[in-house]
Design a protein around this ligand. Structure first.
Ligand code: GLN
Length: 193
């Protein structure tokens, strides 16, 4: 069984746990402590508020241990706020958080008018079916370094990408019924490290 953790500090934890429960050979685990971090094979950092999650990671002395674990290869997927936490650059925020992925992101990138929206996209590398996508005050990726692989774009803007053990998505697959990004994470990121 692969123990896949969901960082349980703030944000959409239960929804990711329910998705992981649908996958065979996966045991979902809530991650709150350093011991939890040492017990998992992979981690999902959920959506929520990146500044709140970042501050609580510092307050609980989890930021450095988690950063080192990810740098040493822990397969990690950040959804929405989780993507912001992984980034090495945030265009409209003075500091970074985990600082592990070679992407530059913009917080709340879709602005006030298009704050939250749904769409769907055909991504043959991920699924045979069109994938529904939910965006909530979402970030997007403005720039990637060369070993980052772009997985999805909408209107030429990057909304999903991967780099070695890391996956980042602007949107929330856990708020739909579609399991394809969770499956992709397990099969193509976690099992290939
Ligand atoms: N706007 C949030 C942030 O900046 C992210 C929103 C989300 O995770 N749904 O952290």
């Amino acid at each position: 069984m692969l123990k896949i953790g969901v960082l349980d500090i703030q944000g959409g934890v239960a929804e990711h746990i329910s998705m992981l429960e649908r996958l065979s050979d996966v045991e979902p685990v809530k991650v709150k402590t350093k011991d939890d971090i040492d017990r998992i094979d992979a981690l999902i950092i959920p959506g929520g508020e990146s500044t709140a999650i970042g501050k609580l990671l510092m307050d609980f002395n989890l930021l450095d241990p988690l950063m080192h674990k990810i740098q040493s290869g822990l397969p990690t997927w950040g959804t929405c706020a989780g993507m912001i936490l992984l980034a090495k650059k945030i265009s409209n925020h003075p500091k970074t958080f985990l600082n592990v992925m070679d992407i530059q992101v913009r917080r709340n990138a879709y602005g006030n008018q298009l704050d939250s929206f749904r769409t769907s996209l055909k991504l043959p590398a991920i699924s045979k079916h069109e994938i529904p996508m939910v965006f909530i005050r979402a970030p997007y990726v403005e720039n990637v370094e060369k070993d980052v692989k772009v997985l999805a774009k909408i209107d030429d803007i990057i909304i999903a990408c991967e780099q070695k053990n890391l996956l980042a998505t602007s949107f929330h697959p856990e708020l739909t019924d579609d399991i394809s990004f969770h499956t992709y994470f397990v099969e193509n990121i976690v099992k290939r490290q």
